[in-house]
Design a protein around this ligand. Structure first.
Ligand SMILES: Nc1ncnc2c1ncn2[C@@H]1O[C@H](COP(=O)(O)OP(=O)(O)OP(=O)(O)O)[C@@H](O)[C@H]1O
Ligand SMILES: [Mn+2]
Length: 270
């Protein structure tokens, strides 16, 4: 009699590698006894001390994004190759792994998510902190009202040259960095005001209230969005910065690199 294995078994046939997203220690150990299979652990931290590990900068809530990131990271690190057949195991409903999907690694249709964090001028930790801050701002808003915000991260000298002050820069003589708890409070407070925050590669707050004047134009932004997203996107074509934008109108956090929209997350989903 045919069983489920006969039907679903195809998912596991001729697999080059297994990617385990945030497995528990005991789950991971069970793979040690399976022959001829590469096991790659993907997660925000390598707390299992896995030999082959791909770091996730965020707990991507959307499973497609999470898997895309893992696969891109694997390709980038050379632990998998284009054309490899992968089984990706992750959790969707619970902390435990409950879902398996079969993916073919393709070097061609990459989303750029991995590059955004791992291969930008700014340090990955800084980009991560800024994205998290934007998500947090998006969740809470300011006193219950939706807020918008624009963060330009990395290549700050060039960004400063392509922008001008809208007001007194509160960070003029300070040495504060994103991720410091006090800075997060300040940034949230200042986010009510116009313009962009400029942040250095290492996370130093260079300026607030910058009006961006990129020379690049014609970046594609989603319908319904305006000057903030256009300016943020365009400056990343002009410079090696990335832009993290929280939209006041639709509440989403987006990231741009080299003029392209790379990441779109709904703060409410976090
Ligand atoms: N070139 C720029 N540099 C910095 N900030 C800008 C620039 N253009 C607009 N902004 C800021 O973006 C705010 C919103 O502008 P606008 O509504 O056109 O943008 P948007 O892309 O639709 O963003 P949102 O979704 O938040 O409304 C402005 O009030 C201003 O503070
Ligand atoms: Mn708008």
């Amino acid at each position: 009699m045919a069983g489920l294995d006969d039907v679903f078994g195809d998912i596991f046939s001729n697999v080059d590698a297994v990617m385990l997203f945030g497995p528990s220690g005991s789950y991971y150990e069970r793979f040690a006894t399976i022959d001829d299979i590469d096991v790659i652990v993907v997660g925000t931290e390598n707390d299992l001390g896995a030999d082959v590990f791909v770091e996730l900068p965020l707990e991507f809530d959307e499973v497609g994004e999470r898997i895309s990131f893992g696969v891109e990271g694997g390709l980038e690190q050379g632990v998998i190759e284009g054309g490899d057949e992968l089984v990706c195991a992750t959790s969707v409903f619970d902390d435990e792994i409950d879902t398996v999907s079969r993916v073919r690694a393709s070097a061609d249709d990459r989303t750029g998510i991995y590059d955004l964090f791992a291969k930008s001028r700014a340090e990955p930790e800084v980009i991560k902190a800024v994205v998290e801050l934007a998500i947090e701002l998006g969740k809470k808003g300011q006193k219950g009202k939706p807020v918008g915000a624009l963060f330009i991260v990395g290549d700050a000298g060039k960004v400063m040259n392509k922008s001008r002050p809208l007001s007194y820069n509160p960070f003029e003589k300070s040495h504060v960095h994103v991720g410091d708890p006090i800075v997060n409070v300040m940034l949230k407070e200042f986010s009510r005001l116009d313009g962009a925050f400029v942040i250095s590669d290492a996370g130093k707050l260079v300026s607030a209230y910058r009006y961006l004047e990129p020379s690049a134009e014609g970046v594609d932004i989603p319908k319904g969005l305006g000057a903030r997203h256009m300016a943020g996107g365009a400056i990343t074509r002009d410079t090696n910065a990335i832009a993290v934008v929280l939209s006041e109108s639709d509440g989403l956090v987006r990231a741009f690199k080299a003029g392209e929209l790379i990441l779109e997350v709904d703060p409410e989903a976090y």
